[in-house]
Design a protein around this ligand. Structure first.
Ligand SMILES: Nc1ncnc2c1ncn2[C@@H]1O[C@H](COP(=O)(O)OP(=O)(O)OP(=O)(O)O)[C@@H](O)[C@H]1O
Ligand SMILES: [Mg+2]
Length: 563
């Protein structure tokens, strides 16, 4: 199909205005064009994280000389014609904008040749205009080179993070496409070094193995669902791989997007299996008729709107719940689980108790100083909570959250005493493996790790050597702590503060060392815990901001019993 300029009424309907703010966005557009051209081999070559040069070579359909002449102009596309087509999008691109917006801020060279014979042609574009056009000998397909991105907009270049960070974004982008298109061979070379080379495969799990962190890969649980609206397949993961950042890969009609509602449906299905602040990891492919979604809502097409979002939420919630059940991972009965996850606010029932609770948005206010009566009994219930009498009513304590706070404050005091943490040399170095993007992230942040007392060396491929750890962390699972810190730094938009990172690290350590929910405590242990909690600062919440204790005052109890 040949390239044409879109009619004005279509242009006005497109959620356009894409600004190429960083090299990865240009790489994304070029890869999407290659995929739309049905290439089965895509080669990406970057120099200086794409800032100096981006080359994308594909063996797709190619362009005729006439198409080449117009492809980089605004609003020119071969992918849609009319407003109706906007509701039936089957390609990754459709706005006819990408090449034009890249051409405006770089010097671009495009070589292309179709499979139908004829010569290849090369054009050079400067400031949006053709400077040179000539025949060239190339195999069928398209090769686009973007030189000196941002040379016309130096201010934009200034706002970029380090070259390493920009390169990591490119790896993360490629990871997504490589997961979604296993039948395409992808290779990536950066500054002359090949970083990724993924052969074509029909086996999706091969790609998952190559691209995900090995621990995440081991924890994958397959699930699928077909109904009249869509088909869903993919992988959820065992709860222990949940993270405080989001390791979630969602593809809708093979387009990488993020969708808060789908993330929430999956999280809700895990219910109490997860810490409320953690996010389950998943890889999920949702396929549905193109007119069930609207892609035309985000300038970079990273979000979509579902025509019936309730069905999507419910279907995914049910499919994930079932997958968790099949893997024996639901520890409450279904009903109880649903009550917990679906009615977190008490507004759904009309019982008298609910009415009372509804009146007050924070019915159980926890005081900083709880006046526990020394003589009162302390009881453990369900190996989860402690319960005792106070001057004003009764007190419930979450044993895990309480212990977490106590340990956190103790560890933090110790940690604060020294600026650079003393290291403990491990008798034997530990080798650990990361995914490609995690490896980049680690190297981007070596300084933080050093300040915290870790000594880490690059080993080979995606593996690293841990040679020393902070003294405080002897006998701990340090690899898990390193992963936690990596997740933390990857999330952060601001330059990383060492203090904030160490706080997180200590919170992690406190959490892993604390008494677990489900552990039986002796009377003596329970008393000791309560006593320590009362002496600990900030004792109303755990380091992750969940309450440690809840006091229910007598008047509230009286009202519940209609006294
Ligand atoms: N690698 C390629 N192989 C073949 N044709 C291409 C290639 N890249 C671009 N084209 C052609 O150039 C046109 C313009 O590309 P451009 O990326 O600017 O717009 P688009 O892909 O149609 O829409 P969008 O702006 O949403 O990406 C495409 O519609 C396509 O016909
Ligand atoms: Mg495009």
């Amino acid at each position: 199909m040949s390239i044409h300029t879109l009619p004005t009424e279509v242009i006005s309907q497109i959620a356009a205005g894409e600004v190429i703010e960083r090299p990865v966005y240009a790489v994304k557009e070029l890869i999407e064009n290659a995929i739309d051209a049905k290439a089965d081999t895509i080669t990406i070559v970057l120099e200086e994280s794409g800032l100096k040069r981006i080359t994308v070579i594909d063996n797709g359909e190619g362009m005729t000389p006439a198409d080449l002449q117009v492809c980089f102009m605004p609003h020119t596309t071969s992918k849609i014609h009319s407003i109706e087509n906007l509701h039936q999008i089957n390609t990754l691109g459709f706005r006819g904008e990408a090449l034009a917006s890249i051409a405006a801020i770089s010097n671009m060279t495009i070589k292309s040749r179709t499979h139908k014979g004829g010569d290849g042609v090369i054009i050079e574009i400067k400031s949006g205009e053709i400077h040179k056009k000539a025949p060239t000998g190339i195999p069928p397909g398209t090769q686009i080179t973007v030189n000196n991105l941002f040379y016309t907009t130096p201010a934009r270049k200034k706002f970029l993070k380090s070259a390493r960070t920009e390169f990591r974004h490119c790896i993360e982008l490629l990871t997504k496409y490589a997961l979604a298109y296993p039948s395409i061979r992808f290779s990536l070379t950066h500054n002359g070094k090949q970083t990724m080379d993924l052969p074509q495969t029909t086996d999706q799990t091969e790609r998952l193995r190559a691209l995900l962190n090995p621990n995440l890969y081991e924890a994958l649980l397959p699930f699928n669902l077909q109904n009249e609206y869509f088909s869903l397949n993919g992988f959820i993961t065992k709860p222990q791989t949940a993270t405080y950042s989001q390791k979630q890969y969602l593809f809708v009609n093979n387009r990488a997007v993020s969708d808060k509602q789908i993330s929430q449906a999956i999280k809700d299905a895990y219910g109490t299996l997860l810490d409320p602040l953690a996010h389950p990891s998943f890889v999920l492919f949702l396929t549905l008729q193109p007119d069930f979604i609207d892609i035309n809502i985000h300038p970079r097409k990273e979000e979509i709107r579902f025509i019936n979002s309730r069905i999507v939420y419910e279907s995914i919630y049910n499919a994930v719940t079932q997958a968790l059940e099949e893997n024996n991972l639901v520890f409450h009965t279904k009903d109880f689980n649903q009550q917990l996850t679906q009615s977190p606010r008490f507004g759904h029932t009309d019982s008298f108790a609910a009415q009372v609770l509804k009146e007050n948005s924070l019915p159980w206010q926890s005081r900083n100083i709880t006046t526990i009566l020394p003589s009162s009994d302390l009881q453990q219930i369900h190996n989860l909570y402690l319960i005792t009498q106070t001057k004003y009513g009764m007190l419930l304590i979450d044993q895990h959250a309480a212990h977490e706070r106590i340990l956190y404050e103790e560890l933090f005091q110790e940690f604060k005493k020294q600026k650079r943490q003393p290291s403990y040399q491990l008798p034997q170095s530990l080798i650990f493996e990361l995914s490609l993007s995690e490896g980049e992230l680690l190297q981007e942040n070596t300084q933080i790790f050093q300040q915290l007392g870790f000594e880490i060396e690059y080993f080979k491929d995606n593996t690293f050597l841990l040679t020393a750890i902070p003294v405080l962390f002897k006998d701990r699972n340090n690899i898990a702590i390193i992963m936690e810190i990596l997740q933390d730094v990857s999330q952060d938009k601001q330059p990383k503060e060492i203090d904030k990172t160490s706080r997180k690290m200590i919170a992690y350590l406190a959490c892993r060392s604390a008494i677990k929910a489900g552990e039986k405590l002796s009377k003596k242990q329970a008393r000791e815990l309560l006593k320590k909690l009362e002496q600990t600062p900030n004792n109303t919440t755990c380091p992750h901001a969940r309450p440690t204790k809840i006091e229910i005052e007598l008047p509230k109890l009286n009202r519940l019993f209609r006294r």
